[in-house]
Each structure stands twice: as structure tokens, then as C-alpha cells.
Design a protein around this ligand. Structure first.
Ligand SMILES: N[C@@H](CCC[C@H](N)C(=O)O)C(=O)O
Length: 294
């Protein structure tokens, strides 16, 4: 295997994450490597979080994010918590400032092991999301799927958390919707020129909701952090909840989101290490470390 890099297979309440240590290297994890890693059941993942040397003074690392289809992503809240847990375990440091393609973000590991990530500020302009056509009010846009006179899902709120999100509000149990069928159609709908992450959300109280997400470039996931942030922001904008809520996710885990008065969105939850190994960032050929062999 040529020029391998260490990695840790982790998860953020079920969101499958590979944290790749690309520090000290000039190359990047290729889309082909991502697709190869995802094709192997042992390393199947939703996102790769590749840690690179810092590009900007005042930041510790640059984080490159890849979806399992090899495409790039601007944000990944659950993955950022995995990165923080890995770096905190290595360095003993508790607070970090990172840079991603979407900008600079701060994160902190708390004494109880939970991790908070400042996901930045949401954007609501139709060009920011982006949408293919103008909507002056993105709290609810005209978009539906299913029979024209009895749509299954309709009128989503749309939000950019650096990445595009559409939130469809539902009254019934989120498991009663065929998100595996509608998710790909909506992700690739002409309304979303850069595709979109598709979430169905059932508000269960002014402080709680249940969400399921079809992730752009990854499909159905057990959790999506930026979708949780987008859901709380959209719910607060439409007066469905307050600015702080707990979200139950398909893996059974809970995320906490607070949309602070300074407009920053804080995502808090757990992260878990599974095993470590090394891989070739150009091909995805990998090997498990002896001490974490199953
Ligand atoms: N799982 C992530 C979001 C992943 C990015 C997404 N698929 C995209 O392409 O925008 C999270 O926890 O935020």
C-alpha cells in the first residue's frame, strides 16, 4: 500500500464518519477512494472528515468533507464532533478552531464528553440555499411530491447551514413516509441546482421534534447534524418551536440545537470511536490497526 494515512472509523449518534488524518500531506482524499471505502461494509460511511494542516492563521486545521458518493460537502455537524473527540483524545485540548470551505467554526468538548460545535449562522435567501427560482419567503416554498391533488410531502422550509436543507413538516410518525423513495427525487429536484439534504420533521412539543434525513450524496442516515440545526432554525422561524430544541434521530440518539440570539447555531451531542486503521487516500485500499482488529 503506497503512502498511507491513519484513519478512525467513528460515528456521531449513528452518522457514520471516517476521520482521516491528512496532516503533513499535500494530497487529498480522492472521490475514488471515498467510493471504494464506502463499498466495503467494514468502512461504509456517510462522510469522511479529512484533517489537513491549517491554511489560515488562527485556525488549528482545515477540514475537507466528502460524502459517500465522493462529492464534497460544506458542513457536517456530526462529523465535526468526531473530529473534536479524536483530536481531544490525542492532544488533551478541549477547544478548537477549524476552517472548512464554508468558513471558520469553533468547537468544544465538555467535561461529560459531549461536544458542542458552533455551526455558524443560517442563511435564508433563495440564492444562498440555492434555489432555482426566486422565493421571497423561504419559510415555506412551493414544492411537492406525490399526487398533485394529494401530495405526500409539500411546502418545505429551506435553509442554508453552509449546505442546502429542505425541511418538510409532517403531522404523522416520520417512519410512515417512504423517505427512501422520495428522498432521491427531492435531493435531485430541479428546484435545487446544488442538490439538497431532505428532512422530514415532526414537531412533538415547543422544545422537541423527531427528524429523518435523506442526505445529499449519502442517502438515508441515522442522524444529520446540519439538518438538525436547519430544522430548529426553520421551526423557530415558523413559530413551531422556540430557538432551542432536542431532536430524536433515526439511530435513537438525541441532538440538542440552540439558535442563539447572536444568530449562531450551536449543535451538541455525542461522538464514538469504533476502530482505527490506515488507508491510501488515492485508492481507498485500507487495513485495520492490529490493536483494533475485531
Ligand atoms: N451528516 C452531516 C451532513 C452531511 C453533509 C451533506 N450530506 C451535504 O452534502 O450537505 C451532518 O451531520 O451535518
Amino acid at each position: 500500500m503506497a503512502s498511507t494515512a491513519p484513519f478512525a472509523k467513528m460515528n456521531g449518534i449513528g452518522n457514520e464518519i471516517i476521520v482521516a488524518d491528512m496532516r503533513g500531506r499535500a494530497d487529498r482524499v480522492t472521490p475514488a477512494a471515498a467510493i471504494a471505502l464506502n463499498a466495503d461494509a467494514a468502512t461504509r460511511f456517510d462522510q469522511i472528515m479529512a484533517i489537513h494542516d491549517a491554511r489560515t492563521p488562527g485556525t488549528a486545521f482545515f477540514i475537507d468533507i466528502l460524502n459517500s458518493d465522493g462529492s464534497g460537502a460544506q458542513a457536517c455537524g456530526n462529523g465535526m464532533r468526531c473530529v473534536v473527540q479524536a483530536l481531544a483524545a490525542e492532544t488533551g485540548q478541549k477547544t478548537f478552531t477549524f476552517e472548512t470551505v464554508a468558513g471558520i467554526l469553533n468547537a468544544r468538548e465538555h467535561a461529560d464528553g459531549s461536544i458542542s460545535v458552533d455551526m455558524g449562522t443560517p442563511r435564508f435567501g433563495w440564492q444562498d440555499i440555492p434555489l432555482a427560482e426566486e422565493f421571497r419567503d423561504t419559510r415555506m416554498i412551493e414544492l411537492q411530491i406525490g399526487p398533485i391533488d394529494a401530495p405526500v410531502l409539500h411546502s418545505p422550509s429551506v435553509v442554508s447551514m453552509g449546505n442546502p436543507h429542505a425541511i418538510f413538516w409532517v403531522d404523522r410518525d416520520v417512519w410512515s413516509y417512504e423517505l427512501d423513495r422520495f428522498g432521491p427525487l427531492l435531493e435531485n429536484h430541479p428546484m435545487f441546482p446544488e442538490r439538497a439534504n431532505i428532512t422530514i420533521a415532526q414537531v412533538t412539543s415547543p422544545q422537541t421534534m423527531v427528524i429523518r434525513t435523506w442526505e445529499r450524496g449519502a442517502g438515508l442516515t441515522k442522524a444529520c447534524g446540519s439538518a438538525a440545526c436547519a430544522s430548529v432554525v426553520a421551526a423557530a422561524r415558523t413559530k413551531r418551536t422556540g430557538r432551542s430544541a432536542s431532536l430524536l434521530t433515526p439511530g435513537g440518539g438525541t441532538l440538542h440545537v440552540e439558535w442563539r440570539d447572536d444568530d449562531h447555531v450551536i449543535l451538541t451531542g455525542a461522538a464514538e470511536w469504533e476502530f482505527s486503521g490506515s488507508f491510501d487516500p488515492s485508492t481507498g485500499i485500507w487495513a485495520r490497526d492490529a490493536e483494533s482488529a475485531a
